[in-house]
Structure formats: structure tokens, C-alpha cells
Write a protein that binds this ligand. Structure first.
Ligand SMILES: *Cc1c(COP(=O)(O)O)cnc(C)c1O
Length: 368
């Protein structure tokens, strides 16, 4: 069986260093906002080519706190992709604003810059882009549109650690880049973790207060904050894993090259644009009979995933909140299939997946 991914295998490869990190934290007697957190923040800021990194408890909090820190009028409209992971939309709602869904490009799964003008109203204050599957959105166009209309840009980088557009890192185009280090992400902790990167001193200072009860000086509260701190243990693990993120990314890109060289041409596969440095968090193909294809692959020894089975506007929680028709999101949610592409997979395994897909039964040879 070819697994979709194995976290145990990935982390076992770093066992000694992770155990040493855990032991160091336990022995230190200091578990919240200490040296591991400040060191990780400095190291991740350097990686992210950003002036500041503010670590938080998870990726959703990174988004909520960043949007709150913009200090927009309550009920502002914020544009967001209609097919993003639900967290991006939840964050806009949690911050007290109105998500305005914009359809993605079918070929990249990312928000379509050409559809931004039609979604613009007098209440629009920001665009929250998601670099889905590890592929950068068309940030040059999006940033130009935002600056022309005085909109703030927040980037959901939960799937795009190290991805670039026109040579520039995702997370550095807008005022804030929001990262998740959920265990399955390209940079994953051994629990929940997240961070915000920014070049803006004031914004960073506000976030440092907000993640810790609105306080930077003990018992002095400047903002109505929350408790969303990264703990020393996760920071220590992340410092270990950050050191091999470059290798993980290169490995995933090499596996993607095997897919591109060997997948049958009729199969709808990720679009590669010269401007993008894609980190392939997910390798998503599209197929009109996705569920049958998935079952057939499973019967033939390959596990896959679906990102994601239900479009945000179809979620029960969003009834009466997200209205309108989003046919591209519907289509993508009905046709997407994620093939194995993890740090633990070998080139041979990916070649086997390709051979299987080249030998599909006639009834599954359908182009999306
Ligand atoms: C994982 C993810 C998040 C949320 O991260 P958590 O750490 O689980 O809160 C947000 N946006 C996207 C696109 C994600 O993939």
C-alpha cells in the first residue's frame, strides 16, 4: 500500500534531535514565551524574509488576529476565494467582518485576479488570499489591484511555506503572512502552532500584545487580547524541523516533476507558471468521476485525499451567511483528488502511482 502520508515516519527521521529538544525544554523549567519561542521567531522571520515573526497558537488564530489588528470598521467586506479552506472564512467572520467570495481559476485553485473588480463595493476593505496547495496566487496583479483601491492584503500561507511568485516569498506581499504549523503542513509541529510575519513595526507590536491578553508588560493590558501563545515545546520542535524544510520542499518538487513527466496528458493536473515557485503542499488533479477514480486507486494500493469534499458556501455552518452561486468552487470540490506527495515518499512510489494512472480502465479515462 502507498499511504497518502505518514507523519510518524517523517518525524522518526528526526527522532534524536526532537528528543533532545523536548528534553532541553523540560529541563529548562520555562514553558511559555521563553528562549525557544524567541529563537524560533527570529529564525522563521529570517526564513520568511520578513522583519517580524509573531508566533501564535495555530493558523486560524494567526488569521483572526491579523484581521483584527487591521482595525477595520466592523462589518467591512473582505474578499476571499470561494474554494478556500474554511479557516480563512471563519477568521473573517470571527473578526467581525463580511466574507465576499470570489471564484478561483479552475487550473490553479487560486483566487482569480480578473474577478476582483466585480466583487468590489464601497465597503470592501481588504483581500484575504490563500496560496492553496502550496502554489502562490497571482500576487503582482492582486497587489496592484489592492493598492489602486486602498485595500489591505492578508495572506493565508498555511500551505505555502517557502512558495514564491515572481521571486518574492508568499507572506511578504501583503501587510501580514499567516502560517499554520499543523502537523501535516510542509513545516509541521507535533501539535498545534502558527505564526504571523510582517514588516510593519506597529502592526507587529499590536499582535505581540494581542496574542498575550493584550499585554506585553505583565499585568498591564493595552488591548482586548486573547491567549494564543506558541509554547516552548512546539517552538523547540519547529526549530528542529525548520532546518530541514528546504530539503522537504526540494523533495516534494522532485516528486512533482515525476508526476509531470509521467502522468497521462489528458488528466487535468496542476498548472505550472514560470513566475511560480510551487512548494506542492498538495498535488491536486481533477477528474469528473473523482470518487470512482479514488476507489479504483485504493483497490490498487494507493491512498489519496480530497481537498476538500464540501465547498464553504455548502457548509451547514454557513447557511444564511454565504449566499450566491459559486459554480467553479462546486466543480473543484466535486473533482479534486490529492495524490501522494510527502517527504516520506520515494520517487519509485510516485512512478508506481503514475503507471497505475496510465493504465486506467477505459471507463475512467475521462478528461475534466
Ligand atoms: C491548515 C490551514 C489553516 C488553519 O490552520 P490551523 O493551524 O489548523 O488553525 C488555515 N488556512 C489554510 C488554507 C489551511 O490549510
Amino acid at each position: 500500500m502507498i499511504e497518502y502520508e505518514s507523519l510518524a515516519q517523517a518525524n522518526r527521521a528526526l527522532m534524536e534531535e526532537l528528543e533532545a529538544a523536548a528534553s532541553r525544554v523540560i529541563r529548562s523549567g520555562w514553558y511559555i514565551l521563553g528562549n525557544e519561542v524567541s529563537s524560533f521567531e527570529a529564525e522563521f522571520a529570517a526564513f520568511a524574509e520578513s522583519k517580524h515573526c509573531i508566533s501564535v497558537a495555530n493558523g486560524l488564530d494567526a488569521l483572526i488576529l491579523s484581521i483584527e489588528a487591521l482595525d477595520l470598521p466592523t462589518g467591512s467586506e473582505i474578499m476571499v476565494a470561494s474554494n478556500t479552506y474554511i479557516a480563512t472564512i471563519l477568521a473573517i467572520l470571527r473578526a467581525g467582518h463580511k466574507p465576499v467570495l470570489v471564484e478561483p481559476e479552475r487550473e490553479t485553485f487560486n483566487i482569480d485576479p480578473e474577478r476582483l473588480p466585480a466583487a468590489l463595493t464601497r465597503s470592501t476593505q481588504a483581500i484575504c488570499v490563500t496560496h492553496l496547495f502550496g502554489k502562490a496566487c497571482r500576487m503582482t496583479e492582486i497587489a496592484a489591484f489592492a493598492s489602486e483601491h486602498g485595500l489591505r492584503v492578508i495572506e493565508d500561507c498555511a500551505q505555502s511555506h517557502g512558495a514564491r511568485y515572481d521571486g518574492k516569498l508568499t507572506g511578504t506581499f501583503g501587510i501580514a503572512g499567516c502560517f499554520s504549523f499543523y502537523p501535516t503542513k510542509n513545516l509541521g509541529a507535533l501539535g498545534d502552532a502558527g505564526a504571523i510575519v510582517t514588516d510593519d513595526d506597529e502592526f507587529a507590536d499590536r499582535l505581540r500584545h494581542m496574542r498575550n491578553y493584550g499585554s506585553k508588560k505583565k499585568y498591564e493590558n493595552v488591548y482586548i487580547g486573547v491567549n494564543s501563545r506558541l509554547d516552548e515545546m512546539q517552538a523547540a520542535f519547529l526549530r528542529v524541523k525548520l532546518r530541514s524544510l528546504g530539503q522537504v520542499t526540494e523533495h516534494k518538487r522532485a516528486l512533482a516533476d515525476i508526476y509531470f513527466a509521467n502522468l497521462p496528458k489528458w488528466l487535468a493536473q496542476p498548472l505550472r507558471r514560470p513566475a511560480e515557485y510551487d512548494v506542492f503542499h498538495i498535488f491536486g488533479i481533477r477528474h469528473p468521476a473523482r470518487d470512482e477514480l479514488r476507489q479504483w486507486l485504493l483497490d490498487n494500493g494507493v491512498k489519496t485525499e480530497i481537498h476538500y469534499p464540501i465547498a464553504p458556501h455548502r457548509q451547514k455552518a454557513m447557511q444564511g451567511i454565504l449566499s450566491g452561486d459559486y459554480p467553479i468552487a462546486d466543480e473543484l470540490h466535486a473533482t479534486e483528488l490529492s495524490l501522494p506527495i510527502s517527504a516520506g515518499h520515494s520517487g519509485d512510489e510516485i512512478e508506481r502511482v503514475c503507471s497505475l494512472l496510465a493504465a486506467l480502465p477505459e471507463k475512467l479515462k475521462l478528461a475534466a
